[in-house]
Design a protein around this ligand. Sequence first.
Ligand code: TXA
Ligand code: MG
Length: 327
Amino acid sequence: MTHFDTKIGADPATAAQWLLEGECVGMPTETVYGLAANALNPAAVVRIFEIKDRPAFDPLIVHVTGIAQAERYATEFPESLRRLAERFWPGPLTILVPKHDAIPDLVTSGLPRVALRAPAHPVAQALLRALHFPLAAPSANPFGYISPTRAQHVYDQLQGKIPYILDGGPCIVGVESTIVGYEDGQTVVYRLGGLALEKIEEVVGPVQVLLNQNSNPAAPGMLLAHYAPRKLLRAMADGRWPADENQSVRPQIGLLLFQDRENLPGHARKIVLSATGDLAEAAQNLFAALRMLDQAEDVEEIWAELSPETGLGRAINDRLRRAAVRE
Ligand code: TXA
Ligand code: MG
């Protein structure tokens, strides 16, 4: 692989230039940072899979400026998905629509639908508007690891592999987009994310939630073991920490709390995601906190408290449960 002297900068024109040359760049979005390439250029898209060490069966989201551009890459636009896009784009919503031939099969891993999203981040919009092609972009982390929510996170892991990281500041949503499709006359949510389920149901009524709970590569979509720190992570509901059997061999604990609370087990470090118990703030801080505990030398195990199972709390808990899985 080519070795680059990776630069972090705030200039969409520089990022656009690299993309025009078929290279990949780090791109800010309101959810997490993406690793972007020209979605219409298979050679550029291949590089995304190489850089991330991502299996080819895991398809990529295609980023567009809005509905007008999205229509060019879909052969059909189910009514419920159109209503959602009209209401929530640009924003943390990805829709699965029947794919137009202009999108290479590599992007969708041979699947019949393409995932489309119009990001709300002004820098991402400026970049997309400067280009005549849409951008395929997965989260800019090595496959399976925690998604980046700062330009520095991208640099820490992809330094040398890409020429440029477009810095748009910390991501304000903090968890990936919600993925929605339409099957057999029903609106289906495939990934819980930055757009709360409740908001989707306000527009289209009750939806089916179909989260992939296995790690079978033959069933593309969400893989179960994902978003994982390198250290062992335990996820538990309010205050039910593992019993303290043997103090002397007990590992150094890094606590990840939704809100601060009393009667905590002994710990080396503690991070509170939101002092006021605000789910949006907790989501915004989640991945940076996980990274920090994963890197802290005095922490051996991460014990994470689950959030209330409502609104963005569902997406937070989904990420924590997947991070806790060990194969
Ligand atoms: O917020 C986000 O969605 C971020 C930012 C960068 O936009 N992107 C992101 O991409 O999270 P990624 O690749 O890390 O996750 C995309 C998920 C994958 O689990 C993939 O399997 C699913 O979307 N997906 C993408 N295209 C699909 C398709 N055609 N059919 C089914 N699932 C698809
Ligand atoms: Mg990802």
